[in-house]
Design a protein around this ligand. Structure first.
Ligand code: H2U
Ligand code: ZN
Length: 347
């Protein structure tokens, strides 16, 4: 089979889902929606921004004069941790539901309204990583699932450009990480080794999907990527959760994050939109031996700063489909020129 020419399906090892890859289709013309790509010049402090230091939020709370990162309870939480609403969880064989308790927080990455994570220094990004770890550690004592994520850019439905992410914690494991848990557990039980460690070893040998690499971390376009420039960030050592990372690994992580995010921005010369987030072993009282902690990056842009991919039609009804191959996407990301200081320790 010629993977560079012929339509084929690839299997996601983490979820078991398949994706159709149609490489011959990448050159088709586009007459649909163009995304707005103007890079707006923003002030360092915006008096109207609810995330800037010292400003008021909805509901009357005021942000402190924070210096690096700042975490607060989301004023419009999707999950509540009220006790005592157990009543009314009616059982019906055809109407399935269960109560969840949880909480939602907002993480400001910097007091600077005009920056993005990609534009911050390694030391500043390390503070963000450490905040993710501290929050995961604290919330992991109370909830079995802690989801750290960032939604960036208007194309991803993020209305506020102030650099920030979110954390949702809940007392049940949601659908996607639950599938990842099952598949990693199944592989561990059958092979006695860790799925994502074995997968990374394979990828490091073939190299064609590799984007960047330092001593501790690797970024690649996964074999089963759905989004055009989707990547996965993996540790090159055993770590089940964010909370397993030592200080040294926080710094090497911030090094590779900065490298990846600059490649993304450089690809179409735009503040690259994406949703990213961390998956690690659930906090279930075990060491999570079968897990490797990892981050997924899902950017919507396809062929230029103004053409995005839509997951519609066949993808809603059948399964995901992509045109540009993961191998070509990785080559494009590898080829982005970074100024010397940001490429330190990375290929
Ligand atoms: P996104 O732009 O990534 O959706 O995140 C902004 C979050 O900030 C959003 O979840 C919250 C919204 O609920 N928010 C507050 O908690 N307080 C406010 O005053 C406005 C927005
Ligand atoms: Zn702001």
């Amino acid at each position: 089979m010629n993977y560079e020419q012929q339509p084929h399906r690839r299997r996601n090892l983490l979820t078991g889902e398949w994706v159709i890859c149609s490489p011959h289709r990448a050159a088709r013309p586009w007459q649909g929606q163009l995304e707005d790509t103007a890079r707006s010049k923003r002030p360092q402090h915006d008096p109207a921004c609810y995330l800037c230091a010292g400003n008021a939020r909805s509901g009357g709370k005021r942000n402190p004069d924070y210096q690096d990162t700042f975490v607060f309870e989301n004023d419009f939480r999707a999950l509540l941790d009220d006790e005592g609403h157990d009543e009314g969880d009616e059982k019906h064989p055809l109407l399935c539901s269960k109560l969840i308790r949880g909480t939602c927080r907002v993480v400001c990455f910097s007091p600077r309204h005009d920056l993005t994570l990609a534009q911050m220094s390694e030391a500043e990004i390390s503070k963000v990583v450490q905040t993710w770890i501290d929050q995961t550690s604290e919330l992991g004592q109370k909830y079995c699932w802690v989801q750290v994520f960032e939604n960036k850019g208007a194309a991803m439905g993020c209305s506020n450009p102030h650099p920030h992410g979110q954390i949702w914690a809940m007392d049940d494991v949601p659908t996607v990480p639950n599938l990842e848990d099952e598949n990693q557990f199944d592989y561990y039980r059958r092979n006695g080794s860790v799925l994502l460690s074995d997968y990374l070893e394979t990828e490091l040998k073939v190299e064609e999907r590799l984007v960047c690499l330092n001593d501790d971390w690797a970024v690649l376009v996964p074999y089963w990527a759905v989004w055009p420039f989707e990547t996965i960030l993996l540790p090159r050592f055993k770590a089940s959760r964010l909370t397993d990372l030592s200080f040294a690994r926080v710094d090497s992580l911030s090094n590779i994050l900065r490298n990846l995010l600059r490649r993304y921005d450089g690809l179409f010369n735009v503040d690259f939109p994406y949703s990213m987030g961390w998956h690690g072993a659930p906090f279930d009282g075990t060491a999570g031996e079968h897990w490797q902690v990892h981050a997924h990056f899902y950017p919507p842009l396809l062929r230029s700063a103004s053409v995005r991919k839509f997951m519609v039609g066949f993808e809603m009804l059948g399964e995901s489909q992509r045109d540009i191959t993961p191998e070509l996407a990785a080559e494009r990301l590898r080829g982005v020129e970074l100024e010397a200081a940001s490429g330190k320790d990375c290929i």
